[in-house]
Design a protein around this ligand. Structure first.
Ligand code: 13P
Length: 257
């Protein structure tokens, strides 16, 4: 299977930005801008803060934009003050959820094991997971990017079946490229996305490795998207800052066609 047969995914990660009113407006603006763009075979996703979900789902109704969340808890319910379960997200009309973002790993004690637990909860609830992996700058400089990204991928996917992999998208996000304006070169992005694909081939099969969409994230913007998205192993983007601007996000969507 070649790249053309894989699903292209252009997903925004809004992080901790936008009130519900602003969220509805941004979804409306993005939809206006993409109305003339052919997006067949491309999933367009906006991953929004929990409190924006209701407004975003309503604003996206009848459009090509799907709504995602930025995290979920691993338990179905219970005494976890302040947390949100995957079932709750599903019931609110959410289709995608980001799991294991480096900001959760860096600031909120997320580990590879909790990433695995959350991923199982999300899949069991019927959500599509965007699993994030990526190395720190020191790790790249030490030459251990392949080991780090392979380990993160393997632990996150522990006990995930080949059938369940149909609902998993992986995002390679080098931590040094997030919010820094420093983008990985298209060759670096392609190389690591290729490494992840090889891990999937070993864990599952060549078929699953070739069918799984692997995205790049880290300072992707309206200017660099086309080149990054043209690479053989890069099947889309997970976009932070540029996803908050309807114009830039729609240019990236167009670049993916
Ligand atoms: P930026 O696009 O702002 O670098 O963020 C990338 C990211 O973290 C997406 O999840």
């Amino acid at each position: 299977m070649n790249k053309a047969k894989r699903k292209t995914v252009i997903a925004g990660n809004w992080k901790m930005n936008k009130t519900p009113v602003e969220a509805a407006q941004l979804i409306y603006d993005i939809n206006q801008r993409i109305s003339n763009i052919e997006t067949k075979g491309c999933e367009i996703v906006a991953c929004v803060p929990f409190v924006d979900i209701d407004a975003a789902v309503k604003a996206a109704d009848g459009t090509r934009i799907k709504i995602g969340a930025e995290n979920c808890h691993w338990a179905k319910s219970g005494a976890f003050t302040g947390e949100i379960s995957a079932d709750m997200l599903k019931a609110c009309g959410v289709e995608y959820v980001i799991i294991g973002h480096s900001e959760r790993r860096q600031y909120f004690g997320e580990t590879d094991l909790t990433v695995n637990q959350r991923l199982h909860a999300a899949l069991e609830a019927g959500l599509t997971v965007i699993l994030c992996v990526g190395e720190l700058l020191e790790q790249r400089e030490q030459g251990i990017t392949e080991e780090i990204v392979s380990m993160q991928t393997k632990i996150a996917l522990l006990n995930v079946t080949e059938e369940q992999m149909k609902n998993v998208v992986i995002a390679y996000e080098p931590v040094w490229a997030i919010g820094t304006g420093k983008t990985a070169t298209s060759e670096q992005a392609d190389e690591v996305c290729g490494i992840i694909r090889n891990v999937l081939a070993k864990l599952y099969s060549k078929k699953t490795a070739e069918a799984t969409s692997i995205l790049y994230g880290g300072s992707m913007n309206a200017k660099n998207a086309k080149e990054l998205l043209s690479m053989e192993n890069v099947d889309g983007g997970l976009i932070g800052g540029a996803s908050l601007k309807a114009e830039d996000f729609s240019i990236i969507i167009e670049a993916a066609q």
